[in-house]
Ligand binder design. Structure first.
Ligand code: ASP
Length: 587
């Protein structure tokens, strides 16, 4: 039976008591974490968000009756006096481990059913059960820490932006379709039959309009919605730190975001060295085969085409003559791979899509998997990739980007296999100058690589019609350890250029007017040059807390196939609700 809270008032959290508190009269409120009956004395661990304290109950009859009733997860109030633990019961693993509370009163504030899994133990539980009973899962220390860290990250963010003259401004959730390229969630309008709001994929248009409106510096910690098929670690709704500022060049944005990252990483006591590295997209692809290179390991890809232009190996010579490339990288310590390990590597490369992977062991003379390759070409190739004698050179040939991308995949696979990615390191990188447009063969047209409001690099504007694929954008991604944690751009602020881009994208004037007419009109009323970025809160907090899934840092995430197992969403609704929304279920 539950007893009333009455006059019980918390004096300390369960994580607060220290040796200095010995002798103090305290009241703790929390959950029964564990009960250990040692005969004559019983220890009750009481837990709240802040930690765990040990409560001792001696042979005091009245209290013993209360203690006998206690089960895991009962909610209790304890009044008592803090005392030093005996030497053999000091627990150095917890911050309150030097002291305990000698109970004078224990009140059961609520009982609890036996939970489907132990909160006190980090025993493995299926994710399905964890998500169904999320409120119990959230009581476990790991998730409490993650959610606490998330709170500190968003607080640090708000503090930082406030100190730097940014205003947090809310933008609508019931909005009009935004152009981030994913599917929209639609909300049927009851008041306007047959019409729909869209949940924002991002506040992109609104934040740009705020710049037109003279708001100068905006940020928002905002939920965004994208109705995508659930790939790997995505959520239908996710949180971004969304930023926009007037009179911005890409460097202006980096200058604001880098110290923000510093402030955020302070929350886990880590320093971030500034300025962060920058690398144009084309270089990232050529050297690392990825637009989000993990720079925790070197393994840089080098251009070797010139070395093989006149090679005795006809395959390479021909590929280079036809405009292709030969590229390769050195694997640190790779010379120790046995012959059979090399065979496995070559096989693995085939499965990745390589037409051929060639290895070279440095030595006197160097030894290659291709007999036709002799010392006169192998030596300069080894020098180019800076292979030491313990290293191994891996090479492939073909079209430049394809070859680099394949080598990039292999580079990562080897780095993981050989433990070259230090889990303690944080390597930030700005990838800059993304291409503005990408061509899709399926429907034979150009698409924005970022979104259609992204500004081309000034020198490239002339190529919009003549060589669209070569136009670089003032677009950038912030990459951390091979994960994209944010992306943004300087925007087009000129209505004329904006319609030129729409034409290039095959969006007719009519369609542009229908979808973004209000925005295009706004641009004509004195729009300042502006730019911004959005950073993924879920991903950042996951990286900070060392979690591999963003579900571990979201209080109520959906499963990988988009279900809320606790509340049971999505769910059918009744016919009346549908009628009111002017919807007819299709059978
Ligand atoms: N709206 C973009 C996004 O959500 C970010 C930006 O361009 O600021 O990815």
């Amino acid at each position: 039976m539950a007893e009333p809270l009455g006059d019980l008032t918390r004096t300390h959290t369960c994580g607060a008591l220290r040796a200095d508190d010995v002798g103090a009269d305290v009241t703790l409120l929390g959950w029964v974490h564990r009960v250990r009956d040692l005969g004559g004395v019983t220890f009750v661990d009481i837990r709240d968000r802040a930690g765990i304290s040990q409560v001792v109950v001696r042979d005091d009859d009245a209290l013993m009756t209360a203690v006998k009733r206690l089960r895991s997860e009962y909610v209790i109030g304890v009044r008592g006096v803090v005392q030093r633990r005996s030497d053999d019961t000091v627990n150095a693993k917890i911050v309150t481990g030097e002291v305990e509370v000698l109970a004078r009163e224990i009140r059961v504030l609520n009982e609890a059913k036996t939970p489907p899994f132990q909160i006190a133990e980090d025993s493995p539980v299926s994710e399905e059960v964890r998500l169904r009973y999320r409120y119990l899962d959230l009581r476990r220390p790991r998730l409490q820490q993650n959610i606490g860290l998330r709170h500190r990250v968003t607080m640090a963010t708000r503090k930082y932006f406030d100190a730097n003259g940014f205003w947090e401004i809310e933008t609508p959730i019931l909005a009009k379709s935004t152009p981030e390229g994913a599917r929209d969630f639609l909300v049927p309008s009851r008041l306007h039959p047959g019409e729909f709001y869209a949940l924002p994929q991002s506040p992109q248009i609104f934040k740009q309009i705020l710049m037109v409106a003279g708001m100068d510096r905006y940020f928002q910690i905002v939920r965004c919605f994208r109705d995508e098929d659930q790939r790997a670690d995505r959520q239908l709704e996710f949180t971004q730190i969304d930023v926009e500022m007037s009179f911005a060049r890409p460097e202006t944005v980096y200058g604001v975001i880098e110290p923000l990252m510093q402030a955020i990483f302070q929350e886990i006591g880590r320093d971030v060295t500034l300025p962060m590295r920058r690398m144009p997209y084309a270089e990232a692809i050529a050297k690392y085969g990825s637009d989000k290179p993990d720079l925790r390991c070197g393994l840089e890809i080098h251009e070797l085409s010139d070395v093989f232009r006149d090679s005795e190996f006809r395959v390479f010579k021909q590929i280079v003559a036809d405009g292709g490339t030969v590229r390769g990288f050195a694997v640190p310590g790779g010379n120790r791979y046995s012959r059979s390990q090399l065979d496995v590597l070559v096989e693995q490369a085939k499965q990745m899509g390589f037409t051929g992977l060639i290895w070279v062991r440095p030595g006197e003379p160097p030894l290659s998997s291709v007999k036709a390759l002799g010392e006169p070409t192998l030596r300069p190739a080894l020098d180019r990739v800076k292979a030491a004698k313990d290293d191994l050179l891996l090479m492939a040939a073909g079209p430049g980007d394809t070859t680099s991308k394949l080598l990039g995949q292999l580079r990562l696979a080897i780095a993981k296999k050989d433990n070259l990615l230090n889990p303690e390191a944080f390597e930030f990188l700005w990838v800059t100058e993304f291409p503005l447009l990408e061509y899709h063969d399926e429907d034979g047209r150009w698409y924005s690589m970022h979104h259609p409001f992204t500004s081309p690099v000034d020198e490239d504007v002339d190529k919009l019609e003549s060589d669209p694929g070569a136009v670089r954008a003032k677009a950038y991604d912030l990459v951390l350890n091979g994960s994209e944690i944010g992306g943004g751009s300087v925007r087009i602020h000129d209505a004329g250029l904006q319609s030129r881009i729409f034409t290039r994208l095959g969006i007719s004037d009519e369609e542009a007017k229908l979808r973004f007419g209000f925005f295009l009109e706004a641009l004509t009323y004195g729009t300042p040059p502006h730019g911004g970025i959005a950073l993924g809160v879920d991903r950042i907090v996951a990286l900070l807390s060392g979690e591999s899934s963003i579900r571990e840092v979201i209080a109520f995430p959906k499963t990988a196939n988009a279900l809320d197992l606790m509340a049971g969403a999505p769910s059918p609704v009744d016919a009346k609700q549908l009628r009111e929304l002017h919807l007819k279920p299709q059978k």
